[in-house]
Design a protein around this ligand. Structure first.
Ligand SMILES: Nc1ncnc2c1ncn2[C@@H]1O[C@H](COP(=O)(O)OP(=O)(O)OP(=O)(O)O)[C@@H](O)[C@H]1O
Length: 246
């Protein structure tokens, strides 16, 4: 359980552009936001509006062109490459659309492997890997390889891998895009539970409107800005088949 006071993530006046030949596209345009610990914040918006770019800047994977980013009270702008790598290793977990699992490793090995980089003792690695797999309901299937697991189970292994690090910050980029409605719901509920139970800051980007009702907070992006910042209510429950808001 982390003890960081909120906000645990903060962006101030962040700008980011990409250049292709002579054309410069502004992806993030003077964007400011803060994200609090212990809840699931969902960033929604149309394809190409800059959600993944924002996530990667907030997680220290790429720098902003200008503006400031603070994570867990530390300025990411002031960190060199090595310090950023260490910060990410110690404090962040990632869950991606494509699961990013190694085909040859069992679920248990997938979760245990990154814990080795934290310099933990073997017994602790094993205990943490088991606990994380139990938490996502995969304890009994921990010896299976990706080819023997369903899509939803693979994503749960990826969540366990991130969770086992006990990160203060958990980033998820389109974690439900490759999943059907039932598995997508299970995954988003799991991310929500992790935020509540562990006090983790969970930041998820998605263009899937079915996730809205499961988030504590919804940020809607368009054209590099935060258009709306609100707390979804029960009326945001989304029809599981059509994906349409009620
Ligand atoms: N490394 C890069 N080089 C050039 N252009 C990039 C780069 N990364 C992102 N872009 C462009 O920035 C824009 C925003 O991309 P981004 O992936 O952040 O959007 P998104 O909202 O996450 O989209 P999606 O929902 O489709 O994943 C896109 O037009 C994309 O082509």
């Amino acid at each position: 359980m982390n003890t960081v006071t909120s906000p645990s993530l903060e962006a101030r006046h962040v700008c980011k552009s990409f250049r292709a030949g002579r054309i410069v596209s502004t992806v993030l345009d003077d964007l400011s936001l803060h994200v609090d610990a212990g809840e699931l914040t969902l960033i929604c918006g149309p394809s190409g509006c800059g959600k993944s770019t924002l996530l990667s800047i907030l997680s220290g994977l790429q720098p902003a062109d200008s503006g400031h980013v603070h994570a867990l009270g530390e300025s990411l702008d002031d960190m060199d490459k090595r310090a950023l790598e260490r910060f990410r290793l110690l404090h962040t977990g990632f869950v991606f659309q494509g699961f990013n699992l190694f085909p040859a490793l069992t679920a248990f090995e997938q979760v245990a492997l990154p814990l080795g980089y934290l310099g933990l003792k073997r017994d602790i690695v094993r205990a943490r890997a088991r606990t994380a797999l139990d938490e996502v309901g995969l304890g009994p299937r921990m010896h299976l390889r990706p080819a023997e697991l369903s899509g939803g189970e693979k994503q749960r292994v990826a969540i366990a891998r991130a969770l086992a690090k006990e990160p203060a910050l958990l980033f998820a980029d389109e974690p439900t895009s490759s999943l059907d409605a039932a598995n997508g719901q299970m995954v988003i509920d799991m991310l929500h539970r992790i935020a509540r139970r562990h006090g983790t800051t969970v930041l998820c980007v998605s263009h899937d409107p079915r996730l809205i009702g499961h988030a504590d907070r919804l940020l809607t992006m368009e054209d590099g800005h935060i258009l709306e910042d609100r707390r979804p209510s029960a009326t945001d429950t989304v029809h599981p088949i059509s994906g349409a808001s009620r």
